[in-house]
Design a binder for this molecule. Structure first.
Ligand SMILES: [Zn+2]
Ligand SMILES: [Zn+2]
Ligand SMILES: [Zn+2]
Ligand SMILES: [Zn+2]
Length: 441
């Protein structure tokens, strides 16, 4: 969902920061295991904004540079380009003026780079350049990771440095969520947060088994997660959860039991519901074959060969259905890929089929109030609406709104759009219902 790279570590000017945070009901504390933590000094309700921060510096991705304003990150159809460097785009005079303090220095550097080397700087180089300029202007030091800035649907659009946001530690069962409005970072509580508890967000995709989560955290952030969810890895509960998220299915066709190692036979997995056995080595071998096909399919997909990619992914899905637990994230991801491919091919009917198919696995893999869950309900609703299934659409829109109100905020542009759709669907449904009643007579 978001990538942070460990980088640029400097000292924090902690006095200013502590008093700014105290006003917001927050404080930094130092824990022996985790280092800095952000602590709630009052309670926060679900959906309440905990923290807002504009980036210290930010930069758009290459793909977004000429689609979004460099300063406010809004999508805009008539952007104006800086007439000197011709690489930075603005939605209008206000943003250009606001960006000028930084850009006047950067502009010269970009122009000379273009003249000497005939190239424009990459986003990461530009981010470094902006950081250097800003530090020179403000003479300030700070410690910070780079955050990927995403739009409301969690698609990456740029990178920014958010010194305060990066104090928030990770949990695999977080009580807050970090999203962006334009380039402003917004942290909202997704659970009621009690005074004295630590604020946490998740740095990684949390729909994954404990082993996979630990691996990504170790590789990307260099720490061992000790959150409650990770600590229960060897308890019956933890084993159960992992055996569903990334475990094999029961060899009996209609059984939805999960498998654990047979205590009497290390080679064998046993269904905890019906007792059927399954040879582990054999199953792993089959899984590796399917993985190979997956690599081929992903190549087809990235080369834009959607039709061929679709038939290969359909084949993969068939094979995976025989291997993995029906609620596994492995099947969930294949379903999502097929959904995206069908959207590219404008095949709304099939897209809806895959979207619906992923819903039970989403509900199992994500906490009730997670942006990914809300967005998937929303996607399903839009497809139902498009295919004129008004009542189904309304049902999904309302489920989406319940979650996205908390994660994105009731007053955000994104939610306003969703509420408009709900209203439209309500009007349409009211018009439909009498007809249903007629049929019943
Ligand atoms: Zn702008
Ligand atoms: Zn310029
Ligand atoms: Zn964890
Ligand atoms: Zn079974």
């Amino acid at each position: 969902m978001k990538a942070r790279s460990a980088s640029m570590s400097m000292a924090v000017d902690s006095n200013d920061l502590q008093s700014a945070l105290a006003e917001k009901g927050l404080a930094i504390s130092i824990s022996p295991e985790k280092g800095r933590c952000l602590i709630a000094k009052r309670s926060f309700t679900r959906g309440e904004i905990v923290l807002l921060q504009d980036p210290y510096v930010s930069v758009l991705d290459s793909a977004s540079v000429n689609k979004r304003c460099d300063v406010c990150f809004r999508l805009c159809t008539n952007l104006k380009r800086c007439s000197v460097c011709k690489t930075t785009w603005y939605c209008g005079g206000t943003c250009q003026r606001n960006g000028w303090r930084l850009h006047q220095h950067e502009c010269k550097a970009i122009t000379s780079l273009k003249e000497e080397k005939q190239q424009t700087p990459t986003p990461s180089l530009q981010l470094m350049l902006r950081l250097l300029i800003k530090r020179k202007l403000q003479n300030a030091g700070f410690s910070c990771n780079a955050h990927t800035i995403c739009d409301s649907e969690l698609r990456p659009m740029g990178t920014g440095l958010y010194p305060v946001i990066s104090i928030i530690n990770h949990s695999c069962f977080p009580n807050a969520v970090l999203l962006f409005e334009g380039r402003q970072a917004v942290v909202r509580a997704v659970e009621p947060i009690r005074e004295g508890s630590e604020l946490t967000v998740s740095y990684i995709e949390i729909a994954a088994s404990t082993a996979s989560r630990k691996k990504s955290l170790k590789e990307q952030y260099f720490f061992d997660c000790k959150c409650l969810r990770c600590l229960k890895v060897d308890t019956p509960d933890g084993l159960h959860e992992d055996a569903i998220l990334e475990g094999f299915r029961c060899s009996s066709d209609h059984c939805e039991g999960f498998l654990l190692h047979d205590p009497d036979d290390a080679q064998s997995l046993v269904c905890q519901l019906c007792g059927c056995g399954r040879n582990e080595e054999e199953t792993k071998k089959q899984a590796r074959k399917v993985d190979k096909l997956g690599k081929e399919a992903s190549k087809l997909l990235s080369s834009g060969n959607y039709s061929e990619a679709r038939s290969l992914y359909e084949q993969i899905q068939q094979l995976q259905t025989q291997l993995w637990h029906p609620y596994s994230v492995i099947l969930l991801r294949t379903g999502d890929t097929l959904l995206k491919i069908c959207m590219e091919l404008y095949d709304w009917k099939q897209a809806l089929k895959y979207c619906r198919l992923t819903i039970p696995a989403y509900e199992r893999a994500y906490p009730t109030c997670h942006p990914m869950m809300g967005l998937q309900y929303y996607a399903c609703g839009k497809l139902e609406w498009f295919l004129e299934n008004t009542l189904e659409a309304l049902n999904f829109f309302e489920k989406a709104a319940k979650i996205l109100t908390v994660t994105h905020g009731r007053n955000s542009e994104f939610l306003t759009q969703l509420f408009d759709r709900i209203q439209e669907a309500h009007a349409e449904a009211a018009h439909l219902r009498p007809r249903y009643d007629d049929n019943e007579d």
